[in-house]
Design a protein around this ligand. Structure first.
Ligand code: UDP
Ligand code: MG
Length: 138
């Protein structure tokens, strides 16, 4: 059993896609074990994406992530990190495989509807960024 962090990003919340995305996640047999809606301010968005702070898109990315509400979701399952990355699809929706969340819902490489952890260490950091151990249930 492995845990991973999903964020439903502002572009998707704004377009009322929370239910559709959670439906795809549940259909893929990933278990929701924690969930909350929140609105990041800029420092919180910058802290979450600190690994990208030298990238040219960092300013645009963090301003976008602070532009509206998001939903943070912890998912559990065997091989959950890799399986949820596959369900999300490629960062750029134009490159994403058919049936993936980003192919179906994303607007662009920046406004790509969902985040997913990419390794056990990043998952641990990212889950801890939004949730206490007592908030993980199921
Ligand atoms: N991003 C962007 N332009 C790029 C690459 C990434 O705006 O050229 C944004 C996009 O929202 C992406 C996030 O930065 O989801 C984090 O990038 P990463 O390479 O970690 O992609 P992910 O893991 O989300 O697929
Ligand atoms: Mg990433």
């Amino acid at each position: 059993m492995e845990l991973t962090l999903c964020l439903i990003k502002p572009d998707a919340v704004r377009r009322d896609l929370v239910g559709s995305i959670l439906y795809m996640i549940e259909k893929a047999d990933l278990k929701i074990v924690a969930m909350k809606m929140l609105k990041l301010d800029l420092p919180l968005a910058q802290g979450f994406y600190h690994v990208h702070k030298e990238r040219p898109f960092f300013g645009e990315l963090t301003e976008y992530m602070a532009s509206g509400p998001i939903v943070a979701v912890v998912l559990a399952g065997n091989n959950a990190i890799k399986r949820y990355r596959e369900l999300m699809g490629a960062t750029d929706p134009a490159q994403a495989a058919d049936g993936t969340i980003r192919k179906v819902h994303a607007i662009s490489k920046g406004e790509n509807s969902v985040h997913g952890s990419d390794a056990p260490e990043t998952a641990a950091f990212e889950i801890g960024y939004f949730f206490n151990a007592t908030e993980l249930v199921g």
